[in-house]
Design a protein around this ligand. Sequence first.
Ligand SMILES: [Zn+2]
Length: 407
Amino acid sequence: MLKLRFEVRDDKDILLANARRANRDNAMQRGEICARHYATGKGVALEWRDGVITNLRATTKAVANDKWLAPTLVDLQVNGFAGVDFQRDDLTVDQLLTATRGLRAAGCCRFLLTLVTDEWTKLTARLRHLRKLRSQSSELEQAIAGWHVEGPFLSSEPGFHGAHDPALMLDPEPEKIHQLRSLTENDALLLTLAPERKNALEAIALATSLGIKVSLGHTNASTEVLHQAVAAGATCFTHLGNACPQQLDRHDNILWRALDTPGLTVSLIPDQIHVSPQLFRLVHRALGKESIYYTTDAMAAAGAPPGAYTIGALELEVGADQIVRQPGRSNYAGSALRPIDGVFRAAQMLRCGWREVWDGFSVRPAKWFGLNSRLEVGEPANFCLLSIIAENQLAAAQCYVHGYSNT
Ligand SMILES: [Zn+2]
């Protein structure tokens, strides 16, 4: 297969044009792959031309038993990857490309670049800088589907703020929501906030009216406030089971309240660390899988060896157990999980096959956020080709973007 060929450029041409040019150069305008479809288990032939799927049909050709075709993974919360910390002010296009390629090698071809709590002027300057970097590369434009701003409109209560600096928390005043919208123009934007903060309900309604998706998180809101937040337009709860104290009231705590609030999709970090297997199974039983999607909440150590890493000003340690520790503290600070590993760990926790959980890290987050990740005629030829040698044993994964593979 041809190598993925992207180029760093200054103009705003779309990736498709780039792919077409590469195709012409290589005299390869079309491609076909035969594999077993992840949903049906049946052999299919996927054809594409100029980076777009043109046919997907049952095939009578012999298909290797271990070769599978699945949609690419979509991660809505990525703080860094492959040694690159997205919270740094001096990031370069090359560093973002390193992280993007690391994610693609882990099955994920689109993600929301996530910024965490910082001083407002620093946070907004960082967002402007990142948008500028993204506009310089067609590869980044394709991969960074938008932005997730997690903070500073979060709870500053102990335990609920997690690794975010409580001293930097702010109330979500309307002008800040307008500022976020205007500086990101028409980019897809996800905002995680705590609805108990002053002005938060108005901010949720305003953000929603401006096309910003709102998720609740790092919160100790009452049941009443959670219901009001949903009525105002919030539709998700960020990394349920985290951003709360180690010890919770057994009768009334944020987990029970969130699970008991209709209208919320929840995201879970399926690394077997952030959410215990028992709670993971219970959340699936309580909500049903259609109301759950998976995310890594990855930081720079994901897709990189153990060692010392940062999230902005935070110095962190990551051991061989992949737990991201803040020295001297009990909370986690993001994960070192690769998206594709999350699929297999989720399957392990739910005691099922990988095919049953794949959508939770691809189709469902994409659908909730308004992206399409389905394997369908007319859609970009983005897909994962997997080699699964035994039940839940991944031997290799290759991610194709517009018909070009990453290896
Ligand atoms: Zn968080």
